[in-house]
Design a protein around this ligand. Structure first.
Ligand code: ACO
Length: 158
């Protein structure tokens, strides 16, 4: 592995424009700026940014939920990876993995015992990344996305 020129840190409101931009460029699921700010206000420790040579190149926005476990059906504190993306030119350098690794660590510190996410069934890079990070697909959510594509629900214990 080469030298790491990037850091992972918590999102700050000043980063909003950069994050909204990365989300629009990298993903078909786009959200209004207020959606990002709400997540930051509610859970500042689990909304993370990757900064490469001072430039924001990726983010991982998570949320904490309390509800039925995807693993044993009991009530559980669950982490939810809402949206993660790394700018194209910065991919395959381990930044996505690091954003997830740090997110998982922090979700655990916040009391989550498991984490889940939804991903398009054709999003092979992301599915490969999640598998590598210990997630497994437990079901298909038919027609989950607006354009009709289905999602895998992927889960891992913390
Ligand atoms: N093809 C195959 N495997 C891949 C690919 C790819 N294009 N990209 C990543 N992987 C797998 C590999 O196993 C890789 O390890 P390796 O490079 O040692 O082979 C591993 O994932 C880790 O890759 P990273 O370098 O850590 O990940 P990266 O920084 O490239 O970010 C990400 C991955 C976030 C999925 C990026 O491709 C991206 O931003 N894609 C567009 C946005 C997106 O799809 N986000 C996920 C939507 S689902 C959700 O948000 C819950």
């Amino acid at each position: 592995m080469g030298q790491q020129n990037y850091i992972i840190r918590e999102f700050k409101p000043d980063d909003l424009e950069a994050v909204v931009n990365i989300n629009r460029i990298c993903l078909p699921e786009n959200y209004p700026p207020s959606f990002f700010l709400e997540h930051h206000y509610e859970n500042p420790k689990i909304f993370l940014i990757a900064e490469y040579d001072g430039k924001i190149v990726g983010y991982n926005m998570c949320r904490l939920e309390y509800g039925i476990s995807n693993i044993d059906g009991k009530l559980a504190r669950k982490g939810h990876i809402i949206s993660i993306a790394v700018m194209f030119e910065y991919r395959r350098r381990g930044i996505g993995s690091k954003l997830i690794e740090e997110g998982l660590k922090r979700l655990k510190e916040c009391g989550a015992t498991e984490v889940y996410l939804e991903v398009r069934i054709t999003n092979y890079p992301a599915i490969a990344l999640y598998r590598k990070m210990g997630f497994r697909a437990i079901k298909i959510i038919e027609g989950y996305y607006r354009d009709g594509e289905s999602a895998y629900l992927m889960v891992r214990e913390l």
